[in-house]
Design a protein around this ligand. Structure first.
Ligand SMILES: Cc1cc2nc3c(=O)[nH]c(=O)nc-3n(C[C@H](O)[C@H](O)[C@H](O)COP(=O)(O)OP(=O)(O)OC[C@H]3O[C@@H](n4cnc5c(N)ncnc54)[C@H](O)[C@@H]3O)c2cc1C
Length: 557
């Protein structure tokens, strides 16, 4: 070889062209591209917030997405001590976490409904904000949810409410380790679950020692205590010396009145399956100062007002997680070819995508309807009753479907769906969480039975909603009659609670789709989900199903 010859012009290290891959999805507009969400929000009266939702839809699909990746790649770290050996009990979050929180709070994810409480359907608009946010990062949805949900419970103590609520509903976020008096905005957490019992919360062993004037010292522990850097927590404890006087609810600030760190000792952070941007801890209260909220001994009833809203947010979280997984699947299959055709043109893949789209639309419709009922609850007892029962039904079914749904969407991407860079593994790890926390599946189903048995207004509200859609599809009419029969049969009701709750969820979703007026969507849902023309897996729609319509509604080109 001639040493004077110029270097070869042949490309060095080039082995192949990269082709048949989709273009990046992000940035994209989460609101503008989500017709089922926009229709559901309009149907439930939240269209007046279009400008705010459109703005946040653009942010969620742009700035928030890479921040979500960073916040999950860089998990929170527990710092028990400072460099001098002083106990500090701090959790250090990546700056991306704080930026996501800042954007979420500024755009109203935890506060929009309270700031606009005088406008009808403000809860529907907030539901949509949360739905958009959660698609970019799920971990921050936990503190944002708890901050949103604490409001009705805190109102039980007017002095505390006057002090805390203006900062709870503020649009400022401050992640600093300083007392709330030095902050313009605060976040709130909650502590119920102890080692010996989570579902059976009445087994809580934490004790509250009275100091007088509504002040107490808490001694005990919590086994799951998420977002431990919140500015305060609503917790349950028994008042010492009151025998079996029941649990009371307390506001436990992270800093005591004298400005010192409150005696909340973080033992460790949970090493969780998913939910990585968020920290969940185990804590001990070593004489932590706390204020009574609501009546002594009525703590469960008080905190249930918060739990009702966090359960709603579990529905929102799971519905939006499924929406994001669906979007990823639709985007990928529109650009990826196999056997000479785009995946989205292959008949069997179209069946899978259309089936996922149909189910996602039903979840979104029910989530938005529950938000409207919650919105109307203070003024309308029938809507309050509907919210009570539909939250339990929706929390069970929507959260239960997330894992299987996300897995199916993941499979649409093939092997790369199993790879972190696509975000599908993160969605998959997150998917089971909402069905576990805030009352696991069985607890929701038992709650449905309890509500129907003890609060007859819930049964009336539920069947009124179902009856409105009667005549919409023969399978729907049959399903309503059959679930009414199932409820009327007192034999082994508890054993049948899942069967009944699932049927109620599907008939309710069918009723909403019928009411929404999109005939093809409603008919396909009724035929497949109520009349049994469907297999156990996704992708088993009958051949005459309107696949093109279902797919086009889910994500326009
Ligand atoms: C990531 C994460 C974060 C969390 N953050 C918080 C937090 O911030 N604050 C907080 O208080 N808690 C938190 N939790 C705890 C969560 O709410 C509880 O784990 C949940 O309520 C279940 O309680 P448990 O774990 O004690 O399970 P158990 O109560 O032991 O229940 C185990 C199973 O038994 C079922 N079961 C219970 N009773 C019955 C029955 N009568 N019939 C049939 N089945 C029944 C349940 O449905 C469940 O499937 C968190 C959990 C997770 C995973």
């Amino acid at each position: 070889m001639d040493p004077q010859a110029p270097p070869s012009q042949a490309p060095v290290f080039r082995t192949h062209m990269v082709e048949n891959q989709p273009p990046p999805l992000v940035p994209y507009d989460l609101w503008a591209t989500d017709l089922p969400l926009r229709e559901a929000v309009a149907r439930e009266g939240g269209a007046w917030a279009e400008a705010e939702l459109a703005a946040y839809g653009r942010i969620a699909g742009d700035a928030l997405m890479p921040l979500g990746v960073l916040a999950n790649e860089n998990r929170p770290k527990f710092k028990p001590f400072d460099r001098y050996g002083n106990r500090i009990d701090e959790v250090e979050f990546h700056p991306a976490y704080h930026r996501i929180m800042e954007l979420g709070v500024a755009h109203g994810v935890p506060n929009f409904a309270w700031r606009n409480a005088d406008r009808p359907a403000a809860q529907v608009a907030r539901m949509a904000l949360s739905y958009l946010h959660n698609q970019a990062d799920q971990g921050t949805s936990c503190p944002l949810t708890m901050t949103y949900a604490c409001v009705p419970a805190l109102r039980h103590q007017p002095v505390l409410a006057a002090q805390w609520l203006p900062k709870v509903v503020a649009t400022a976020y401050d992640g600093g380790h300083v007392p709330m008096t030095q902050k313009a905005g605060v976040t709130i957490g909650m502590g119920m679950t102890e080692k010996q019992g989570g579902s059976d919360v009445r087994s809580n062993s934490t004790l509250a020692y009275p100091l007088g004037g509504g002040e107490y010292e808490l001694v005990g522990h919590k086994w799951f205590f998420s977002a431990p850097m919140s500015d305060a927590f609503l917790v349950l404890a028994k008042i010492a010396g009151h025998g079996d006087g029941g649990l009371s609810c307390f506001l436990l600030p992270r800093f005591a009145a004298n400005g010192a760190r409150n005696a909340i000792c973080i033992q460790r952070l949970k090493d969780k399956l998913g939910d990585w941007s968020n920290a969940s801890s185990e804590v001990e209260f070593q004489g932590a100062s706390a204020h009574l909220v609501g009546e002594e001994g009525r703590g469960v009833a008080t905190i249930l007002e918060m739990v009702a809203l966090t359960r709603q947010d579990c529905m929102i979280g799971s519905a939006s997680l499924m929406r994001q997984a669906l979007t990823q699947a639709l985007h990928h299959t529109r650009y990826r070819k196999a056997f000479g055709k785009f995946l989205c043109e292959q008949p069997l893949m179209r069946n899978v995508l259309a089936d996922l789209a149909l189910e996602s639309e039903a979840h979104t419709a029910l989530t938005a309807r529950v938000a409207r009922a919650i919105d109307a609850s203070p003024r309308d007892p029938a809507e309050a009753a509907f919210a009570r029962i539909a939250t339990a039904i929706g929390k069970y079914w929507i959260c239960k479907r997330a894992a299987v749904f996300v897995n199916e969407a993941q499979e649409c991407l093939g092997g790369v769906g199993y790879v972190e860079e696509t975000t599908m593994p993160r969605l998959y790890r997150q998917a089971p969480l909402n069905s576990i926390w805030e009352g696991s599946g069985n607890i929701q189903c038992l709650d449905v039975l309890r509500a129907l048995a003890r609060e007859p207004v819930t049964r009336a509200a539920l069947f009124e909603e179902l009856n409105r859609a009667r005549g919409g599809h023969p399978a729907f009419d049959t399903a309503v009659a059959s679930v009414a029969d199932a409820l009327a049969d007192p034999e082994m009701l508890e054993l049948r609670a899942r069967t009944i709750t699932e049927r109620l969820a599907l008939t309710l979703q069918a009723a909403l789709l019928i009411g929404a007026g999109h005939r093809q969507v409603a008919d396909t849902f009724c035929e497949t989900r109520l009349a049994g023309v469907h297999g156990a897996a996704f992708g088993t729609l009958p051949v005459h199903a309107p696949m093109t319509t279902l797919i086009a509604r889910a994500l326009p080109h």
